[in-house]
Design a protein around this ligand. Structure first.
Ligand SMILES: C[S@@+](CC[C@H](N)C(=O)[O-])C[C@H]1O[C@@H](n2cnc3c(N)ncnc32)[C@H](O)[C@@H]1O
Length: 193
């Protein structure tokens, strides 16, 4: 994510949304870089902790609890949206809605950086498909733990209003150890319509 900061500065990006901020690690780092940051997550305790981390770091950010399928922001509000390891928590329908929301809140020409689960991921050796592209792990609840996986073609199909600047499938596992936790990591540019 920090490698993208140079691109954001070159684009004169100012406003940032960290979608699914978790404990706020990216939001706090980006606020520390001088950007105007909003950070949201579905987890109230996550947001509470992220607020605490931001206070301790001495940076300002706006925090809110909400779902990625219904963002409390007007259109074209952000120059950059980051959703790192977030929007694949759900099925294809919720992934589509999340991407629609990201598209809506981004300015034309804005940057979306994110990740999606890859069909190369080791999970799929044991998971059960409950709807197209959507799987649960053995013993997990279908309603609370569905995850969506895709290949590169589908990933691009899911983002019709975007052009890829970077796209790679990376094993996010443990340092140099191969654990086959493959994720698509991408930087996309919204069409400047
Ligand atoms: C793997 S964590 C990633 C956190 C953060 N982006 C990071 O990289 O440190 C996934 C986050 O997505 C959030 N999340 C899951 N479903 C969500 C939803 N429907 N709307 C908003 N956030 C959601 C979880 O609460 C969790 O904080």
């Amino acid at each position: 994510m920090l490698a993208t900061v140079a691109l954001l500065r070159a684009r004169n990006a100012r406003t940032i949304l960290d979608l699914g901020t978790g404990l706020g690690r990216h939001a706090v780092a980006l606020a520390g870089e001088g950007f105007e940051v909003a950070a949201v997550d579905a987890s109230p305790s996550g947001i509470e902790e992220a607020r605490r981390v931001a206070r301790a770091a001495g940076v300002d950010a706006e925090f809110a609890v909400c779902s990625f399928v219904d963002l409390p922001f007007g259109p074209s509000r952000f120059d950059y949206v980051l959703a790192w390891n977030v929007i694949y928590h759900g099925d294809r329908t919720s992934v589509r809605r999340a991407i629609g929301e990201i598209d809506r809140v981004l300015v034309p020409g804005g940057i979306y950086q994110g990740t999606m689960l890859s069909r190369r991921h080791a999970d799929l050796e044991v998971a059960s498909e409950i709807s197209p592209g959507t799987y649960v792990q053995p013993g997990e609840d279908e309603r609370s733990h569905p995850h969506f996986y895709c290949d590169a073609r589908e990933l691009l199909e899911l983002h019709p209003g975007f052009e890829p600047l970077e796209l790679r499938d990376r094993d996010q596992g443990d340092g140099d150890r191969v654990v086959n936790e493959w994720h698509w990591e991408f930087v996309l540019e919204k069409a400047a319509r």
